[in-house]
Ligand binder design. Structure first.
Ligand code: ADP
Length: 297
């Protein structure tokens, strides 16, 4: 099974730079912005649905979506925005899924999602990587290197999650406050020392064991991943049999998680039932030390 990595960062944090480098290292990159554009491209059923709901004025003369016109229609109109999302979100989900499934079985798939944190998607991945740069430096890069208007850049930054929210979602906080060379080295290191071993350890059922090296908030992120795989909150506990349901097993694996017996060994065939009265869930992320015990009273 592929290893799915989520990548995000505030605008101007270097996310596109990181994603291009990961692609050159061999990752299959799924670009959420590109998918969002593709599903409403000229001649698509998605674009026809939008024209059906919002009228012909949102289609430009060349048959493409007139984004500024559509923006004016949905700006400040919550119902219109919901209608638009009801059209685009399922199309984006379906297309993304197709692209994930088209990746080779042993691939690392990097999902590049600008609004990953805002949309609460961190628990959907085996590893969430966040490019991190102080706000003032991001602003400087957007204005000086990408030629954005300063006020426009400020308001884009303000509309996004703040750095604290992003850090809480990050398994890997990729500091990009230094030079482009510094960033390149960090990404190389992330790939060879963490992502590649993670994929191998997941295939071989080897849990992470980095005593004391766990990053802050690791327990919460592990718990959120288990809940996302189960499709419900853990609350008081969980019937261990639920962990053997095929959809749940798949969901755990997709998030890089292993089911271990109470003494920390990999459960036979990854099955929880019959293993013991309690199981331990751990990530195969070599840099993770978090463990979640399930099944106790
Ligand atoms: P994002 O995709 O997160 O909005 P980009 O990757 O486009 O960010 O980076 C924003 C701008 O800053 C680009 O012009 C990029 O080349 C530049 N940049 C990225 N990282 C650095 C760095 N460490 N030092 C200097 N410039 C950088």
């Amino acid at each position: 099974m592929t290893l799915r990595v989520g990548l995000s960062g505030g605008i101007g944090s270097g996310k596109s730079t990181v994603s291009a480098q990961l692609a050159s290292l061999g990752a299959v990159v799924v670009d959420a912005d590109a998918v969002a554009r593709e599903v409403v491209g000229p001649g698509t059923p998605g674009l026809a649905q939008i024209a059906g709901r919002f009228g012909p004025d949102v289609i430009a003369a060349d048959g493409s979506l007139d984004r500024p016109a559509l923006g004016q229609v949905v700006f400040g109109d919550a119902q219109a925005r919901r209608d638009l999302e009801a059209i685009t979100h399922p199309l984006i989900r379906r297309r993304s899924q197709q692209l994930f499934e088209a990746a080779p079985d042993d691939a690392v798939v990097v999902h590049d999602v600008p609004l990953l944190v805002e949309l609460g998607m961190g628990a959907d991945y085996a590893l969430t990587v966040i490019a991190d740069v102080p706000e003032e430096e991001r602003l400087r890069r957007l204005v000086e290197l990408r030629g954005m208007d300063e006020q426009a850049a400020r308001s884009r930054i303000r509309a996004q999650a703040d750095d604290g929210q992003r850090r809480a979602a990050a398994d890997v906080l990729l500091d990009n406050s230094g030079t482009l060379d510094d960033l390149r080295r960090r990404v190389d290191d992330l790939w060879s020392a963490r992502i590649v071993p993670f994929r191998e350890h997941l295939a071989d059922g080897i849990p992470g064991s980095a005593p004391g090296a766990g990053s802050s908030g690791e327990d919460e992120r592990l718990r959120a991943r288990v809940e996302a795989a189960l499709g419900r909150p853990l609350g008081e506990g969980v019937d261990l049999g639920a962990l053997d349901e095929p959809a749940v097993r798949h969901g755990l694996r997709r998030r890089g998680l292993l089911v271990l017996t109470g003494d920390g060994q990999a459960a036979a065939d990854g099955r929880a039932s019959g293993a013991s009265e309690e199981v331990v869930i751990a990530s195969a992320d070599p840099a993770s030390a978090a463990r979640l015990r399930l099944g106790m009273d």
